[in-house]
Design a protein around this ligand. Structure first.
Ligand SMILES: Nc1nc2c(ncn2[C@@H]2O[C@H](COP(=O)(O)OP(=O)(O)OP(=O)(O)O)[C@@H](O)[C@H]2O)c(=O)[nH]1
Ligand SMILES: [Mg+2]
Length: 468
């Protein structure tokens, strides 16, 4: 998502340099380019206009932090305005209401409502420990009810059967009763999609909405439709009060116009992003992180979260404890690090999230260097060591190296390379051997981009950002 926009923006933002301060003159061209970039990303024209006007006003208003260069200051302004445009902070679902909290999903045909019902169930179950039930009020499309049943089973949400001969309102009222009896926390209601926003459809969903009085009414919309997504969301919102929007198929959307326009056009927050067909591909929408990602700063915060979720916490803690007590980072620990990296989707998945890594050429170079293969090599070298050797790196000597190399079919030179690599990692680990070490490590990895020759918009904004 946002690939094209990122490339365009980072290109144009690099051009704001020069001396002293931001002037009408030195930002004129850049503003024009930013405007073009947004329009090409399919951001709605009025939204783009307002955005440019605000950025200009801020830039010339000079409430700019003096420790930043003009370029950095300008990027900061663009970043802050992008964040505001998307709604400042993440808005989660209102789960504080009296249970069962009813979540009504509406949207056009094929937008991803049924899939999203299952994704949301899974999300609420896993991350918020909620008991979730689902029901389908789609009595029009054959097999629609069955589809919801299948995906609900897949994510372990309790599915309430319904029948195509029933009226949607009856289905939902019955489902609410059942959800009460079973003490469900949340009831997710999947509805039928239509081809257009027509009167019939609006009437039915309005009646359903009035009868059910859902706590959350979410409009599910395909991000690939760009600014149209924002316009259909607005049409819905005019008819029934939405509480939020879920953007789906952002994995296939290189432009990002929908994400940028929805809030400004509807006044309603995007609450989640659907990022793939799999039922775990749903993420809360965080405007600031998305703004950072657009500007090529990488999504460091998401990365840290993802790392924390996926990493085998216990193992990591054990290692951290050992390092704190003055223990050394041995080959066994190194092997574990590689395993964790693999769990996170390998090197590319990892790098994609680091600041400044959005530069396409750089990614290509890394891809060609085949880091995955390097890691595999290093893993097999460690695997060919004895347990004693893995735990005591200082035991390494020429004859051991020779044996290890023979054991994995590699040269002693390769073994030496691994030992050198290990020494470097051990040094780094020592530095970060404290409870907040992970965050620090991530930040220092952010600095890696400089060794790679920089790239993207990261360095512009990077170390001088006073807050971070
Ligand atoms: N790539 C991708 N595909 C998605 C995403 N969300 C849904 N889909 C796909 O979109 C197609 C339609 O999804 P459904 O959930 O059936 O859509 P719906 O809105 O319920 O459709 P109707 O009930 O016919 O109106 C399916 O093939 C899904 O796998 C997403 O975030 N990314
Ligand atoms: Mg459906």
């Amino acid at each position: 998502m946002f690939d094209t926009l990122t490339e365009r923006l980072t290109q144009s933002l690099k051009n704001v340099t020069g001396s002293g301060q931001l002037t009408e003159d030195n930002i004129k061209d850049t503003l024009r380019e930013v405007r073009m970039a947004l329009l090409e990303a399919d951001v709605a024209l009025p939204v783009t206009r307002e955005f440019i006007a605000k950025v200009k006003e801020q830039a010339l208003g000079q409430e700019v932090l003096t420790q930043l260069s003009p370029g950095q200051a300008f990027v900061k302004i663009v970043h802050d305005e992008l964040t505001k445009m998307m709604g400042e902070a993440n808005q989660s679902l209102d789960l504080a209401a009296k249970p069962p909290v009813v979540v009504l999903l509406a949207g056009l045909q094929g937008a991803g409502k049924t899939t999203t019902a299952a994704k949301l169930s899974r999300y609420l179950k896993e991350r918020q420990k909620k008991k979730v039930m689902t029901v389908s009020a789609d009595v029009y499309r054959p097999a629609a009810i069955k589809q919801l049943e299948t995906v609900s089973n897949e994510v372990g949400a309790e599915f309430i059967p319904s029948d195509a001969s029933e009226k949607p309102i009856d289905i939902v009222n019955r489902a609410i009763e059942q959800a009460k009896i079973k003490f469900a926390d949340v009831l997710i209601v999947d509805t039928a999609g239509r081809l257009h926003v027509d009167e019939n459809m609006m009437d039915e969903i309005k009646a359903l909405h009035a009868a059910v009085k859902p706590t959350e009414t979410l409009f599910v919309v395909d991000a690939m439709t760009g600014q149209d997504a924002a316009n259909t969301a607005k049409a819905f919102n005019d008819a029934l009060p939405l509480t939020g929007v879920i953007l789906t198929k952002t994995d296939g959307d290189a432009r990002g116009g929908a994400a940028l326009s929805v809030r400004a056009i509807t006044g309603k927050p995007i609450k989640f992003l659907g990022m793939g067909e799999k039922l775990d591909a749903l993420e809360p929408f965080h405007p600031e992180r998305v703004a950072q990602r657009i500007l090529g700063m990488g999504d460091v915060l998401s990365l840290v979260e993802e790392v924390e979720r996926k990493i085998d916490k216990e193992k990591a803690e054990k290692m951290a404890k050992k390092l704190q007590k003055g223990g050394s980072f041995n080959f066994e620990d190194m092997l574990m690090q590689f395993e964790q990296m693999n769990k996170m989707g390998g090197m590319m998945g990892f790098l994609d999230k680091l600041p400044g890594m959005s530069n396409a050429g750089l990614q290509q170079a890394i891809e060609q260097a085949k880091p995955e293969k390097q890691v595999k090599k290093m893993e097999s070298i460690i695997q060919s060591m004895t347990l004693k050797e893995r735990r005591n790196p200082e035991l390494m000597n020429p004859s051991r190296k020779k044996r290890i190399a023979a054991g994995c079919g590699m040269d002693v030179a390769e073994v030496n390379k691994l030992i050198k690599q290990h020494a470097q990692m051990a040094k780094m680990m020592k530095k970060f051997a404290n409870p907040s070490g992970l965050g620090k490590m991530m930040r220092s990895l952010g600095g890696m981009q400089k060794q790679f020759g920089g790239g993207g918009g990261g360095p512009l904004f990077g170390n001088n950002n006073p807050k971070k």
